[in-house]
Design a protein around this ligand. Structure first.
Ligand SMILES: C[S@@+](CC[C@H](N)C(=O)[O-])C[C@H]1O[C@@H](n2cnc3c(N)ncnc32)[C@H](O)[C@@H]1O
Length: 247
């Protein structure tokens, strides 16, 4: 059973494409005409020119909207596609889940005729800049330490490429890890946490002390005075990175 068959039951409720991040991804894809989305989940960020989605979890595939590109059940490590069969291949917020990263990246490169686009995060930056994991949930940061993929390693496996910071807007529509950086109450909602694998996989027992402290700091106003400066910002860079590699 794919991990997201258990994790992803409510994914589409809290995880939809954010239009500003979508614009960045679509710009990174350039003029590629046929795009394959690997680790596609429920189909967030797929441009209209997507020709195929590859996703291991049937629970995730079942949440794709009507009219989305065709999806096939499969993993990055063995893409069911011929060499050079797609103009571009994208893999968004997924590489940290792969069982064999090197095999998966080799597959992206094999299938992409022109470009590979990956959205991921720099764990060192994330740990240091994101108040939730730095100040309340170090257990979640420790869990992410075990699976986050260093950007240098990814660029090595990709054979080079450029990285672009992706700032997270304060009202980000896609409820991933840091999406609610200016809406702290959201992290107290079990449905929000279920849509964030870092929190869902760390588990509520381990998170309980930090969440209790967060709830108390929100109730007393301590959170708002401690992070007053954040409340003035429209977006922040907490380490999300877009990697763009040409073949
Ligand atoms: C956080 S979700 C991201 C989904 C989608 N790309 C998005 O941006 O909403 C991670 C996805 O990676 C998928 N995944 C896990 N292991 C994978 C693998 N070995 N190959 C491809 N996808 C995988 C999961 O099933 C899940 O749908």
């Amino acid at each position: 059973m794919a991990v997201y068959d258990a994790l992803g039951a409510t994914y589409a409720r809290t995880r939809q494409a954010d239009p500003r991040i979508a614009a960045r991804i679509h710009a990174a894809l350039g003029d590629a005409t046929g795009v394959v989305n690997v680790g596609a989940g429920s189909g967030s960020y797929e441009p209209a020119r997507t020709v195929l989605a590859v996703e291991p979890s049937q629970v995730m595939i079942s949440q794709r909207p009507p009219g989305a590109a065709p999806a096939v059940q499969g993993v990055a490590e063995h893409l069911p596609l011929r060499d050079d069969s797609a103009d571009a291949v994208m893999a968004l917020l997924t590489v940290h889940h792969w069982a064999d990263l090197a095999a998966g990246i080799a597959e992206l490169r094999r299938v992409a005729r022109r470009r590979v686009v990956i959205l991921t995060w720099d764990q060192a930056v994330f740990r240091e800049r994101f108040w939730l994991v730095r100040d309340y949930l170090p257990e979640a940061a420790a869990f992410d330490d075990t699976r986050a993929v260093p950007i240098d390693r990814l660029l090595d496996l990709l054979g080079g490429g450029r990285q672009e910071p992706v700032r997270i807007p304060h009202d980000c529509a896609d409820g991933f890890g840091a999406a609610f950086w200016r809406r702290p109450h959201a992290y107290l909602d079990p449905c929000v946490r279920a849509g964030i694998s870092m929190l869902a996989q760390t588990g509520d027992d381990a998170l309980a002390p930090g969440l209790t402290r967060l709830a108390s700091d929100l109730a007393t106003g301590r959170w708002h005075s401690r992070y007053a400066e954040l409340l003035t910002l429209e977006s922040i860079d907490v380490g999300y990175r877009l990697l763009v590699t040409d073949s």
